[in-house]
Design a protein around this ligand. Structure first.
Ligand SMILES: [Zn+2]
Length: 415
């Protein structure tokens, strides 16, 4: 009976099941969860626990709050080197685009990522997935975008493919070859934008699809990166090869990203700090998940995404870290959730559903996990807090006591 058992003595169970919308956590008090063969078999009040499960090993949650395993649905996990110098430059008043124009930013990380070996990148990913799991993260989306050549983008996807077998977390891989246009090719020649896009569409996407290396295809639509026309071409090409569309849009200005995401039937549109009311309505109609990334707004000293406008329009909002060495150098998803509350005016309940069920939806995993419901994977987190509101309010370095993935205690600070 491996991966089977009962977690009982749960003070507050925030199931995060879909009913009632984003603000409704569907809480059960004095609850228990039964899991069999890594999947949830029964959920309810402990007093109603069916006798049929009495032979299973029982674990006590000690009256703690239990939530579904957190899902970080937007990271740039594999990168070489850090950019602490730019942190200071931005504080001194230089802009993101200004730093990028002077050889910093993504181009700098690209150079260091191209030099990094598969093994060193894999070790980096394993280090940060093991740190994330201690915060209650049980699934992570990982983007490429720092290789920016045929070979180097494949290198990053192969790192993620190997990571899948070596971490307990579920890993979803995203091709972000269209992050920026690289200034130089690996052979030292100058890179031409049209040739680079041609390479992505004609060689890279077909190879990635054939080898099953990614599920999603992403693009950064912004001044200094890609246009909406580029997005149509690259994302439609991906779609033809079975890669679902994601977009980085409206981060530094309104580029019509909401409407574009709706037009392309993207699974998610991320950032959205400047999206127009029209764009928000289009996203609601097309059921595109809006991913709120508070670290990027905070580190870039930009206005945050107006999450309330999306929620009021009926858009599902997810919350993620955007972990990367430039605009969001933190993997702390609970902290991003707290910032989504304070900066983007989400309630703690909305932030939690945003980092569980809606984050799972942003990576097509909402049938697999994201809520504590019968049939889903036994992924849940025990928190040493009286309830979800208190967790976000009295923010502590780490309130996660145990992280369960597929019915296994992957992190346990008690035993
Ligand atoms: Zn990003």
């Amino acid at each position: 009976m491996g991966n089977s058992g009962i977690l009982t003595d749960i003070g507050v169970l925030a199931t995060c099941s879909p009913a009632g919308g984003q603000s409704e956590l569907n809480i059960i008090r004095d609850a228990a969860i039964v899991f069999v063969d890594a999947r949830i078999n029964w959920v309810g009040e402990a007093a109603d626990l069916p006798d049929a499960h009495s032979g299973l090993p029982t674990f006590s949650a000690g009256g703690r709050t239990v939530i579904p395993g957190l899902v970080d649905c937007h990271t740039h996990l594999a990168f070489g080197g850090w950019r602490a110098d730019e942190f200071q430059m931005r504080i001194e008043g230089r802009s993101y685009l200004d730093i990028a124009a002077s050889g910093g930013g993504i181009q700098k990380t690209m150079g260091q990522t191209r030099l990094a070996t598969h093994e060193s990148l894999l070790q980096h990913c394993l280090e940060y997935t093991s740190r994330s799991v201690r915060l209650g993260v049980t699934a992570i989306e990982c983007k490429t975008g720092y290789g920016l050549s045929f070979d180097d983008e494949l290198k990053l996807l192969r790192v993620y493919a190997e990571l899948k077998g070596k971490t307990a977390l579920d890993v979803a891989s995203t091709l972000l070859a269209a992050h920026v246009v690289p200034k130089i090719n690996p052979d030292g020649t100058k890179c031409n934008k049209q040739n680079y896009i041609k390479m992505i569409c004609e060689r890279l996407i077909p190879t990635v699809a054939e080898e099953g290396l990614a599920e999603f295809n992403d693009i950064f639509v912004e001044q200094g990166a890609y246009t909406t026309e580029d997005a149509r071409l690259i994302l439609k090409t991906g779609e033809k090869h079975g890669l679902k569309a994601k977009l980085h849009v409206d981060q530094l200005g309104d580029g019509g990203g909401g409407k574009l995401a709706a037009e392309l039937a993207a699974i998610s549109a991320d950032h959205l700090e400047y999206t127009s009311p029209e764009g928000i309505r289009a996203m609601a109609n097309a059921d595109v998940v809006a991913v709120c990334l508070p670290f990027a707004s905070l580190y870039l000293n930009q206005p945050p995404m107006k999450a309330r406008a999306f929620l009021d329009a009926g858009v599902d909002v997810a919350v993620a870290t955007d972990f990367n060495p430039g605009s969001a150098p933190s993997y702390d998803l609970p902290l991003a959730m707290m910032l989504a509350c304070t900066m983007s005016r989400m309630t703690p309940a909305e932030a939690l559903k945003g980092a569980t069920l809606n984050a799972a939806k942003a990576i097509s995993r909402e049938q697999e996990y994201g809520s504590i419901e019968i049939g889903k994977r036994a992924n849940f987190v025990e928190l040493s807090v009286p309830d979800v509101n208190h967790w976000m309010y009295h923010f502590q370095p780490n309130s996660c006591v145990r992280t369960w993935i597929g019915g296994n205690r992957i992190f346990d600070s008690i035993d």
